[in-house]
Each structure stands twice: as C-alpha cells, then as structure tokens.
Write a protein that binds this ligand. Sequence first.
Ligand code: NAD
Ligand code: 6OD
Length: 484
Amino acid sequence: MSNFQNFIDGAFVAGRGDAFGNHFPTTGEVIGEVRAADREQVDAAVGAARQALRGPWGRMSVPERIALLRKLSQGINARFDEFLEAEIHDTGKPRSLASHIDIPRGAANFDVFADQVATLGTESFAQPTPDGAGALNYAVRGPRGVIAVVCPWNLPLLLMTWKVAPALACGNTVVVKPSEETPATATLLGEVMNEVGIPAGVYNVVHGRGPGCAGEFLTSHPDVDGITFTGETRTGEAIMKAAANGVRPVSLELGGKNPGIIFDDADFDKTMEGIGRACFANTGQVCLGTERIYVQRGIFDRVAEGLAAKARSYRFGDPFEDSTTMGPVISAEHREKVLSYYDKARTEGAQVLAGGGAPQMQGYDGGYWVEPTVWTGLPETSPVVTDEIFGPCTHLQPFDTEEEAVALANNSPYGLATSIWTTDLARAHRVAGEVEVGITWVNCWFLRDLRTPFGGSKSSGIGREGGVHSMEFYSELRNVCIKL
Ligand code: NAD
Ligand code: 6OD
C-alpha cells in the first residue's frame, strides 16, 4: 500500500484533510491511501512557494535554471521504470502506451521549455522625442509569481509537467493539485526535485478533491498569482470565477467533443489507423479524442466496417503485459457515466456497430472495463452526439458536401480539435480554415510539436500554451522607458 503525502517546502508531509483510497482501475482494488491537504496545509504550500520566489530561486540566472530543468528531465528518465509503474497503477493504462507517451513526454516537457527560455527575447523601441534627445523603451520579462497548477487524471505526468516545466522555466514557483484519482507521479516528482537540487518551496504538491477541498482552497487562495487548469469545462468555469477575485490570470484547457471529417478521397488504410487511435487511444480518455465522425457518403459503409473491426481488435488485460492494448477507464464513477451513454444510445435507437457494453473480464471483474464502441444512426441533437463522454466510443454520420461537413463539425459548443482526412490539399486547407477549433490535424492525429500553440476555442478553453505561448502566460512583461 502506498501512502501519498503532500510535498510542501521540500518535505513530504502527511495530509490533515480527508483520507481516501487510491484504486487500481484494472482490478478496482485499493492499493494506496491519499491523505488530502487541509486549508492550512494549502496555505503553507502557497507560503512556501512565495518564500522560494524571494529566495535563491528568485535570484537564479536563466542559465542556472535551464541547467536544473535539464536535470529534471534526466532525473525522470533515470527513474523511468518507477514513474511508469506509478502511472500504470494510478490509471491502468497499458505499459506500451505509458512507456511511449506519458513518461517520455513527462521528461521531454522540461527539455522543450529549457530550450524555449534559452532563446526568449523581449522587444525594444527607440522613440524620438520633441526635444530631440529621444527615448529608449525595452521590456523586461519576469515570473508571474506563485502559480496554481490544477490537473486531470487522463495523462497525469504529461499534463502536469506541460505546465510545471514552462512555469519553472520562467522563474515562477508552483503549487500543484493533481487529480485525486492519480496522486502518484506528482508525488514522485517531488523526490526528483530534491534529488536534482531544486530549492525547497519551488515545487509543492497538495492532494485532495476539488470543490470544498484542496482544489478550491488553492484556486481561491489570495496569494496565488495565476492559475493554470486542465479539466472539464464546468470545473474551468468554477475556477474562472475563483480567479476573478483579485483579477488573477487563468489558462484553461477544457473539454471537447471533437469532430473527425473523412472525405472519400482519403487514403483508406492510413485513415483507419489514425482515426482508430483518435477514438480509442487511452480508452478514449484524451481531450483531443474523436467522438463524432463525419464520413462522406460514398465510403461510409466501408469506414463504418473498418472502424468497428478496429474497435473489436483491442485486447484488455493486465497493463503490464505487452499483449494488452486497452486498459479500463479511470474509476467506477466514470465507468457508470460512460455506460449511461451506452444505454442512452441504445434507447435512442442507435445502430451499435461494435461494443456497446462492458466486457466480461475474468480475473479482473472488479476493474472499470468498458467496450470500445461505434454507433451510427443517432440525430445530431442526441446527448450521445453532443456531450463529451470521455470514453472509447464514437458516432458516425454521413455527409455529402464539404459545406455540410463543416457545418456539422461546427455545430457544437466545444472547439478543441479536429482531424481532416483527405488527399486533396486544397480542400484540406479550406476545411482547416473553416472548422472552429484551436487544433487541426490533417491526415494525422495527436502529432505534437511542442512549440506550437495548443488550446481550445469556444467552451474548450481560454489561452494557448506551448512554445512561446506558454512563456507569455507564465511571465509578466514590464516596460521600461528611458529618456535619453
Ligand atoms: P475535472 O475538471 O473533474 O478535474 C480536474 C481537476 O480539477 C482535478 O484535480 C479536480 O480535483 C480539480 N477540481 C475539480 N473541481 C474543482 C474546483 N471547484 N476548484 C478547484 N479544483 C477543482 O476533470 P477530470 O475529470 O480530472 O479530467 C477529464 C476532463 O479534462 C475532460 O473534460 C477532458 O476533456 C479534460 N481535459 C482537457 C484537456 C485539454 O488540453 N483541453 C486535456 C486533458 C483533459
Ligand atoms: O500534448 C499536450 O501537450 C497536451 N496538452 C495534450 C492534451 C491531451 C488531452 O487529453
């Protein structure tokens, strides 16, 4: 049994808030205990972060910070197997996935933002003045201060370091609130912080749930200077309200109901491979995942059969076995939510092309399993087609014209991501220009260049992170005007 402690001011401390079990989603067994931070401990974490800003961290040069960021990346890689095991125990995701995506990206995020800050400049303007002497303006970039980092459970280390790395690169200090479902890797990172010599108080972790607990204590804390959040849109709204007190900036990466658009000239095999991943990777628990697919009518039946076959090809089981290609969903509660949509689809008359229920899992019957599922035949107004389900499921709808496809794709309050599948380059450009999302992939999905702007439109978020965009959020620019 692991006991997950808070990490405050460089030390591990038992939480004084409520205690709850940490479940292994593969079996449902309780494998650890989380003791949440109470309000005073959140206060202590924010205080430690404030002190660290005033201490050696605040005075450190950029090259020194860069060297430490590189050590953090090396430190994660040096303990790769421990991070891998921790992430798998928290999420049940297959080793093949976590070892290729979650943990390598957890390390790479520190390298990428070390590179970014190494070349970051600011603007300057020479300005004529009426007396002829002139003036010089230059901008100075400093940290924003204490940043609250509130994270979800689907890609725990990846998404947490995606925010912690640029925040530290810019000289901030952080208080992280990992999801209550996935406390492990954020806690382990505390050990790495100490190993590589990050000063106490720079990185703090407080555990617990959100409303009325550590999440809310942190985001409503008056001494937090900025909040970066990834999670559900409804939670984002609550956090934005909390941030309004004191006019604190927020960066919100929220939910989606992402459309895929497949034209009849698409390369069929590559499309099936890509769109299959987009629907089912990480058991569909990826904010960028595709839960609505619009297929040009001429290839509709072929795509439907291909995707159903793909859904049936996944193998459930022990996440530590290489043969396992799909894990459970994160929790019993989330399984209930996903299965409630499976029921709704059936009662609303969907044609179920694959899956549609929960698999029989001998030896793992307490686990949170759901079948990868493909439907067609529902109206666009069905909650199955409009709501983010966040499971391994998707709905297929035929279309005839490009205009119709774009209109269907845009008929959503969300605007996170889309993927467009076509061999017609001009069409790809046209459609990419029309779909109201922050991220468009053409003939690929979740192909990441970490320098690019990442974020959602409409109800999918506010702001962009990635590359220089992260630097903008995690730093404060001050202009200096010198009369010559
Ligand atoms: P969630 O919103 O339920 O929880 C996220 C975090 O917020 C957790 O740490 C939780 O404890 C905390 N929290 C909840 N209520 C809070 C409150 N009132 N105040 C402060 N903190 C609070 O999200 P989740 O279920 O963990 O994650 C799944 C969701 O995240 C999906 O909607 C998914 O689309 C979204 N997501 C978005 C992105 C993106 O980049 N856009 C990436 C990953 C996940
Ligand atoms: O790749 C990333 O940087 C990122 N933020 C991915 C988000 C995935 C959502 O589940």
